[in-house]
Design a protein around this ligand. Structure first.
Ligand code: FAD
Length: 481
């Protein structure tokens, strides 16, 4: 990077907030998708939208690629600067600017961590519904860019359902607001387009988000089953009944044991599958749903039921669920996962397929996922230093992905496409659809500098994807594997 560019950025942002030493850059070389690493040439930490816009203008002037980054908890390599250039860390923009209980909105800077917003909302009896399991670390900007989901999204919807308007630095360096702060508006939704675009259409700097009143009553059921088929049947029956649980999560036997060993939570170890089911609403609604739920669970030979009634009991159950990845770390140091969404009626056959893949490839897979949405998370555990295990993880993962797509599934429910799944896009989308998406990107970012090489496959078509499809995982400068 030219010293003159670095100096220009230091003059504007302050010397502390422009990093170029190798040991500083190393901090930003990976996200939670542990398969790929790539260091930026420069990291900048703007504190205002104006500073972020200045950085984008400098990048334009010198044709430098740039990539926005929140907390780096992304699971598809989205925040990795694949062409080097400037990494724009949004973590200093971390203020909650306004909470408006009368309109049930909050205005936030995008570096605010998801859980901080909910902490601040407690006195108002409101909450921000999208709650990724990483919410103690991930930023609202990262959530917006990935259209993040979470355990409560089955009832309350994903991030896009909770965004009213966004302040954005467009790729030409202009700052603008898109969307509107009222409940309805007309015309194509530019804010809707920005949510889930993974930093490829510009950099989000502020958001006005929708808030939800806390329900009067909440109950969490832990239901244990002797077979996966019974647990899967219970999931389908709950959905079919028309009941609207606020969470419906699945953990397999391996995950239950891992969580027990790590956190001593006493989940039923003899169970083959555990469901965590949350009901919320008015007291009468919850009482009504509980009767129906117990009936369904009994019809599916539930072997044990535990109820989390107090806030502390519920928090303990959810904490264990949300920390499963940490529990897996006691077995092997890294994990690789797909997050396909499948029709919920296909849960049992796909879980059987995952089991057969694990046996054939001799890999350990822990399943913990948003069953109510059909959003699978087969966590394939591996040791990055064991190249055979890595290859088996990639190939086994790809076989699972093909099986999910074959039953009408989609590539990603919430973790995004990033770099890690880009080569798989032609498996789900036609060449025409991909071309239309590319055209949208060009309208916003004709120079192609905003988070390049993400979402879109670099190769031409479906026939070219193959085992461990992403070339970035196999070779390449600055990458390993
Ligand atoms: C243990 C664990 C559990 C997880 N559970 C869930 C879950 O339940 N649900 C879920 O949806 N995800 C989950 N994730 C994935 C991840 O936490 C989410 O994708 C999250 O939204 C990423 O936020 P981040 O701040 O870490 O973003 P980063 O990883 O830093 O960036 C993610 C993407 O957003 C872009 N980006 C970041 N900030 C901006 C911005 N201001 N403007 C434009 N683009 C931006 C980046 O360029 C990148 O493409 C989990 C991850 C882990 C490690």
């Amino acid at each position: 990077m030219l010293p003159a560019i670095i100096q220009k950025l230091r003059n504007k942002l302050g010397p502390r907030y422009v990093l170029d030493k190798p040991e500083e850059l190393a901090v930003y070389e990976c996200d939670a998708c542990t398969l790929i690493k790539k260091s930026p040439e420069l990291v900048v930490l703007p504190c205002t939208a104006e500073e972020a816009a200045f950085v984008v203008q400098v990048c334009n002037e010198h044709q430098l690629p740039y990539t926005a980054r929140g907390s780096g908890t992304g699971l598809s390599g989205g925040a990795l600067p694949m062409r080097g250039g400037v990494l724009i860390s949004m973590n200093r923009m971390d203020r909650i600017l306004a909470i408006d209980p009368r309109n049930r909105t909050a205005t936030v800077e995008v570096g605010v961590v998801n859980a901080w917003l909910n902490e601040a909302l407690k006195p108002y009896g409101l909450f921000y519904a999208p709650d990724p399991s990483s919410q103690a670390a991930c930023t609202l900007g990262g959530n917006i860019a990935e259209n993040a989901g979470g355990i409560h999204c089955i009832k309350y919807g994903v991030t896009t359902d909770h965004i009213l308007s966004l302040q954005v630095v467009l790729p030409d360096g202009e700052i603008t607001w898109i969307g509107g702060n009222t409940r309805r508006s007309h015309g194509p939704s530019l804010a809707g387009l920005m949510v889930g675009s993974e930093g490829t259409l510009g950099i989000v700097t502020q958001a006005v988000v929708r808030l939800t009143p806390k329900p009067e009553k909440i109950r969490v059921y832990l239901a244990a089953f002797d077979t996966i088929a019974e647990a899967g049947g219970a999931v389908s029956a709950i959905i079919k009944s028309g009941m609207m649980p606020s969470a419906l999560e699945f953990m397999d036997a391996f995950t239950v044991r891992a969580v027990n060993q790590a956190f001593h939570v006493g989940f039923p170890e003899q169970a083959e599958a555990v469901l965590l089911i949350e009901l919320d609403g008015s007291s009468s609604q919850v009482a009504h749903d509980e009767l129906k739920l117990k009936e369904i669970l009994n019809d599916h030979q539930v072997s044990q039921i535990r109820i989390g009634e107090t806030e502390a009991e519920r928090a303990a159950l959810w904490k264990s669920r949300k920390a499963t990845v940490a529990a897996y770390g006691r077995y092997l140091p890294a994990f690789y996962l797909h997050d396909c969404v499948i029709p919920r009626s296909q849960l049992v056959p796909i879980l059987e397929k995952i089991d057969s893949v694990a046996k054939r490839y001799n890999i350990t897979i822990g399943n913990v996922f948003h069953a109510g949405d059909g959003n699978l998370h087969p966590n394939i555990l591996f040791d990055p230093d064991d190249s055979e295990m890595v290859r088996n993880a990639l190939e086994g993962g790809e076989e699972i992905l093909h099986a999910c797509l074959a039953v009408g599934g989609t590539l990603s429910g919430e973790h995004g496409i990033g770099i890690e799944k880009a080569e798989y896009m032609p498996l789900q989308f036609s060449a025409e659809s991909l071309e239309k998406m590319r055209l949208v990107k060009q309208v916003f970012d004709p120079a192609g500098l905003s988070n390049p090489d993400k979402i879109f496959p670099m190769r031409s078509g479906c026939g070219e994807t193959h085992k461990a499809a992403n070339p970035a995982m196999l070779t390449g400068e600055g990458l390993w594997i």
